[in-house]
Design a protein around this ligand. Structure first.
Ligand SMILES: [Ca+2]
Ligand SMILES: [Ca+2]
Ligand SMILES: [Ca+2]
Length: 779
């Protein structure tokens, strides 16, 4: 009996445990939604019983596909995740058409109707992991067979009738899927199965290298063809072993392809902040916007099957430079003719605005570029994630070091300092094989959509294997020198000499690249992936990679020109977690490591800065002379009051303390830069009542103004995938220390654990956000 039941199931139900449910394929789509999404941390409730968890490699860290070495894994042939083109044991179970049922009477075979079986909760869309898309079209992943049902005017006769299916993308050559008895690894083909009177089920297979995009489909017979209004979207397939984006871990695929909610980290490495981001890759309209982006990027149809090309174009098209791409960047502080970059809470609004208007959306900064990029990657089916690097260098002059120039008195020379170090910088990792490179570089690749430097003349960056960055192999394409400098350049301080020449007086090997962070798989924890980008600071391997990078780039390794006596050490610390509106203490810690007295002349300068390392202006400067007895340690403190910094505060609320000095007895130079920031309060979100698909409920967004001043022009942004389309609520002014509550009605569209996200911006305070989980029941 059990075996009989097994045979009744479709082949996908038998072979793909993710899709294997006991429900009918035609049940309403909202019953088919996974209630166990990784963002809810409840994978064990999945109908598939959490196959990823049962596997020998069930998501444990040591099996992380971090070096492109997964192809050799012993579990490489596990049966359950192998929608690999229908070859071998995954082939559709063909019930050969019975000749006795199909007499060739009734004239030439004519197609009367084609049912694509495209229902959102149907067998095909679940098997292809496309059922979350808010689309009624057929959406499939390449290299994986799917079934359609064709009605002819008479029964199909396998002895005399032949059919084929033609797929054609706009501006491309048509692809003919000829009728075969068995699918082979070449992909494109069709197969007639299960003739039942005038209806025949036909399996179609696509190539695992198929260009991704929207295709027109026509079913043809010897004597005619069916309707021409059929459309199918074909996407990358991380579940298909033959696809170059194949990812051999179900928990990872759930996160990096299917999760619509992410966390983006910001702040400084000493005080890491996080915000939720609605990737919303399955929201209605987003897929078309992502394909429109490829059109605007002028990527030829034939190149749309190669994730190397596609991701490089994505990194170019997400920014507006060169190509009128999706997001216009601005770091000016004046966003009156657009949206303040800190106000966005997701990518959906941005991509839909771009598609509707055809012009760049104002404004973004790095986390916006990164968030939109993750949406495009996941929407098209390329595993992707948003990452944050703290103390991220921008090597503007391309010499692989982060250079700061000081005058004779060790004061920074602002107009000469082109390199900068961003408090944090956000970019993306995407997952693919690299057949264009020597072996070993498949796996995670970095791409960066924030326009910083051009690559081959346009603002794009990557894809570049993380392994190449880690080992300083700056000859490996694309753009390894730039990304290497972001995470591991040495910081070099140059001092002007009386003759006008500059001398390297300090080299800091550990100043750049800290706490590289991304959201963990299956939870909202922060995952530190620094080890994927660089060897530990202080290790021989780290020095080797810096040497290697310098050698490949024909740059000299940075070294101090003249070794001086350096027996005074200095570090800087500041209070963490001060809420915007409070005063801040900073301290410079000096230690005399010699047996003699030392007098130190210090200069302390504080400036408010943009997170990209550009100092807006310095607003406080003090000089201090300190005497240290042999072996003595001393702290030099400075108080920065809210009254002092509030006038200068920009969006990110970050400040930089530059301390420089000279030890009078020895001439030793001291220099440190320290960034710190104030915190903004969170929004509290409360949802009243039970969340059920199709039934309106209310969310309350509560905010308390921490400042003694009125916040002008307060605007709330709310949204959540499956819950609420992006919406802007103009509130007006919020009085000093006032608490306000905004009620927002919304109607959940999709069941399962969902995230409701809100942010607040105002003239005086921004970067205020909050999120809450809403578990939506089916109706
Ligand atoms: Ca661009
Ligand atoms: Ca440089
Ligand atoms: Ca280093």
């Amino acid at each position: 009996m059990a075996r009989c039941e097994e045979r009744k199931k479709s082949f996908w139900e038998r072979l793909c445990p993710c899709c294997c449910t006991e429900r009918s394929q035609y049940e309403p789509d909202n019953d088919m939604r996974p209630v166990n999404r990784p963002d809810g941390g409840s994978r064990d409730n999945r109908p598939d019983g959490g196959i990823g968890d049962n596997r020998p490699d069930g998501g444990s860290r040591d099996n992380r596909p971090d070096g492109g070495s997964r192809d050799n894994r012993p579990d490489g042939g596990s049966r359950d995740n192998r929608p690999d083109g229908g070859s071998r044991d995954n082939r559709p179970s063909v019930n050969p058409p019975s000749p006795s049922l199909t007499p060739s009477i009734g004239g030439p075979l004519q197609v009367q109707n084609v049912d694509l079986l495209k229902q959102r909760g149907g067998e095909t869309r679940r098997a292809h992991h496309t059922d979350e898309f808010e689309y009624d079209e057929l959406i499939v992943r390449r290299g994986q067979p799917f079934k359609i049902c064709v009605t002819f005017q008479r029964a199909f006769n396998p002895k005399s009738d032949r059919i084929c299916v033609v797929l054609q993308m706009a501006n491309a050559q048509p692809i003919t899927l000829s009728q075969v008895n068995e699918f082979d690894e070449s992909g494109w083909a069709c197969q007639v199965a299960e003739v039942n009177g005038c209806k025949s089920n036909i399996w179609l297979n696509t190539s695992a290298q198929a260009p991704i995009g929207l295709y027109q489909m026509i079913v043809k017979t010897n004597s005619g063809e069916g309707p021409s209004n059929l459309r199918v979207y074909i996407l990358f397939n991380a579940w298909c072993r033959m696809d170059s984006v194949f990812m051999d871990n179900e928990a990872w695929r759930q996160e990096y392809v299917l999760n619509e909610i992410g966390r983006i980290y910001y702040g400084t490495q000493n005080q890491i902040g996080e915000r939720s981001w609605n990737y919303g890759q399955f929201d209605k309209g987003v897929l078309d916007a992502c394909l429109y982006l490829l059109d605007c990027g002028r990527i030829a149809p034939g190149s749309r099957g190669d994730p190397i090309n596609v991701t490089r174009v994505i990194s170019a098209m997400v920014n507006s430079m060169d190509d009128n791409g999706v997001v216009a960047g601005s770091w000016s502080g004046d966003y009156a003719d657009g949206v303040n970059p800190v106000a966005w809470v997701g990518s959906v609004d941005i991509l839909l605005r771009y598609h509707q208007s055809g012009s760049s959306v104002k404004y973004g900064q790095c986390w916006v570029f990164g968030g939109v990029t993750t949406t495009v990657l996941r929407c098209l089916g390329i595993p992707g994630r948003t990452i944050t690097n703290f103390a991220s260098a921008h090597d503007a002059d391309g010499n692989l070091t982060f250079d700061i120039y000081f005058d004779e008195n060790m004061k920074p020379i602002e107009d000469k300092n082109r390199d900068s170090v961003w408090n944090y910088h956000v970019w993306n990792d995407c997952w693919m094989t690299r057949p264009d490179l020597p072996a070993g570089y498949s796996g995670w690749q970095a791409i960066d959509s924030t326009p910083q430097e051009t690559s081959n003349g346009i603002y794009c960056c990557g894809p570049c294997p993380l392994l190449a960055i880690k080992n300083g192999l700056t000859n490996i394409k694309y753009d390894a020198p730039f990304i290497f400098a972001e995470v591991n350049s040495d910081k070099v301080c140059h001092q002007r000499m009386p003759n006008g020449q500059f001398k390297r007086v300090l080299v800091e090997e550990r100043a750049v690249g800290h706490c590289i962070s991304t959201k963990a798989v299956g939870s909202f924890a922060r995952d530190d992936i620094t080890y994927l980008y660089k060897h530990p600071e202080g290790s021989t391997e780290e020095r080797n990679s810096v040497h290697t990078a310098a050698r490949y780039s024909n740059k000299p390794l940075a070294a101090v020109d003249n070794e001086e006596t350096s027996d005074v050490s200095m570090s800087v610390e500041s209070q963490d977690g001060v809420i915007t509106g409070s005063d801040i203490n900073v301290r410079v810690l000096l230690k005399n490591n010699s047996n003699s007295r030392r007098c130190v002349s210090l200069s302390l300068t504080v400036g408010v800065m943009y997170y990209n390392g550009i100092c807006k202006e310095s607003f406080k400067n003090e000089t201090r002379d300190t005497t240290l007895n042999p072996g003595e340690g001393k702290a030099v403190g400075m108080l920065i009051s809210y009254a002092e910094y509030s006038k200068h505060l920009v969006d990110q609320g970050a400040m930089m303390l530059t301390v420089s000095g000279i030890v009078n007895e020895t001439g030793q130079k001291l220099a440190k830069q320290h960034t710190f920031r104030t915190r903004t309060p969170d929004l509290v979100i409360k949802v009243r009542g039970d969340a059920i698909v199709g039934q309106q409920i209310v969310a309350e967004v509560i905010f308390k103004n921490p400042l003694n001043t009125t916040l002008h022009n307060a605007v709330f942004h709310v949204e959540g995938p499956g819950l609420q389309r992006p919406k802007v609520i103009k509130y007006g002014n919020i009085g000093p220390l006032q608490t306000v509550c905004v009620s927002e009605r919304f109607t959940p569209r999709r069941p399962g654990p969902r995230q409701f996200i809100a942010s607040l911006e105002s003239n005086e305070l921004s970067q205020v956000h909050g999120t809450t989980e809403v578990v939506v029941q089916p109706c």
